[in-house]
Every structure is written in structure tokens, then in C-alpha cells.
Design a protein around this ligand. Structure first.
Ligand code: FMN
Length: 160
């Protein structure tokens, strides 16, 4: 069964609520989901997963230092994550505060690892974003992100 790992940082719970909705989306496809706060995530977790979804609050227009530090540690397995599916989501305090640049910064790290990132022609094009406590629409987008990643992971597993 394909496994999707959701790794996130959250101080006041907004990104965590998004992570829960992303996990619901993965679950709804029948794929296995592992949702972990970044401080509890190991590099081995990255190696074992077929899909990796990163989530972060926006801090000064980019990802939280905790997530950046984890990505920097992942250099230990540079090249080993190639071909896995990746995606990102981010929470911010306000429109124009850099929530989309946070998603793009997270996505850059996935691409540098050689991962496959699917865009979305509708809704959140780059990855899911939300302001403050995720509302019903943001939760739907998060769920959709989880579903899309899980479906792609499953398709790739069947093709190989
Ligand atoms: C140190 C710090 C820096 C922040 N910088 C930004 C920012 O640049 N842009 C923004 O939109 N929100 C910013 N915020 C607000 C958070 O991104 C926002 O409250 C987010 O929803 C918090 O996520 P969490 O509840 O998962 O911790 C900042 C918050 C903190 C604590």
C-alpha cells in the first residue's frame, strides 16, 4: 500500500488543522498516511514514504526555521528521494503576507530532491494556502491536495 508522509510545523495550531485535512484526503483514497510534526520526523521516514507533503506557517515570508532545518538535514539522502511525489501547504496571518511564496519555497526543496510535484489548474495552483484558522473552503482544498498526492503515488506504483 503506498504511504504518504505529512511533515509540518505548527505553533498555534493552524498548520496542524491543515495537516489533518490533508491526511483526511490521503485516507479517503485508501493509501496509508503518516502525519508527523517535524520535530518527531526522522530522515528514515522520508526514505520510507512514497509521497511527502510539507506544511509550514509563514514566518517572514517563508517557511518556519524548524522545517528549513529539517530540509537541510535531508541533504544526507540527496538523490535518494528522486521520483517520489511531493506537495506543500502553508498557513499565513494575512493576504499578501507571503503564504504563496512559502509554498513555493517548500516546493523548490522538493524539486531539488528530484521529486514530482503536480500543479492544480483549479483552486490552489501551487499547493494549498490558508489564512488563520482554516475555514471550510481551505479544508476542502487541503483534502483535495491529500487526495491528489495519494492518487498520483498510487498511479506511479501501478505503472512501475
Ligand atoms: C515569527 C512569526 C513570523 C510571522 N511572519 C508572517 C509573515 O511574514 N506573513 C504572514 O502572513 N504571517 C506571518 N506570521 C503569522 C503566521 O504565519 C500565522 O499566524 C500562521 O497561521 C501560524 O500557523 P500555526 O498556527 O500553525 O503556528 C508570522 C508569525 C510568527 C510567529
Amino acid at each position: 500500500m503506498p504511504t504518504v508522509l505529512i511533515v509540518y510545523h505548527s505553533k498555534t495550531g493552524n498548520t496542524e488543522e491543515m495537516a489533518k485535512a490533508v491526511a483526511e484526503g490521503v485516507n479517503s483514497t485508501g493509501a496509508k498516511v503518516i502525519r508527523k510534526r517535524v520535530e518527531r520526523t526522522t530522515l528514515q521516514d522520508l526514505l520510507k514514504a512514497d509521497g511527502i507533503i510539507l506544511g509550514s506557517p509563514t514566518y517572514y515570508g517563508t517557511m518556519a526555521a524548524q522545517i528549513k532545518a529539517f530540509i537541510d538535514r535531508s541533504v544526507k539522502y540527496h538523490g535518494k528521494l528522486e521520483g517520489k511525489v511531493g506537495a506543500a501547504f502553508a498557513s499565513g496571518g494575512g493576504l499578501g503576507g507571503g503564504v504563496e511564496t512559502t509554498v513555493l519555497d517548500l516546493t523548490k526543496s522538493l524539486l531539488i530532491h528530484g521529486m514530482i510535484v503536480q500543479g492544480d489548474p483549479w483552486g490552489s495552483h501551487y499547493g494549498t494556502v490558508s489564512i488563520g484558522r482554516p475555514n471550510a473552503s481551505a479544508r476542502r482544498e487541503c483534502k483535495k491536495l491529500g487526495e491528489k498526492v495519494a492518487r498520483l503515488v498510487t498511479r506511479l506504483a501501478q505503472a512501475s
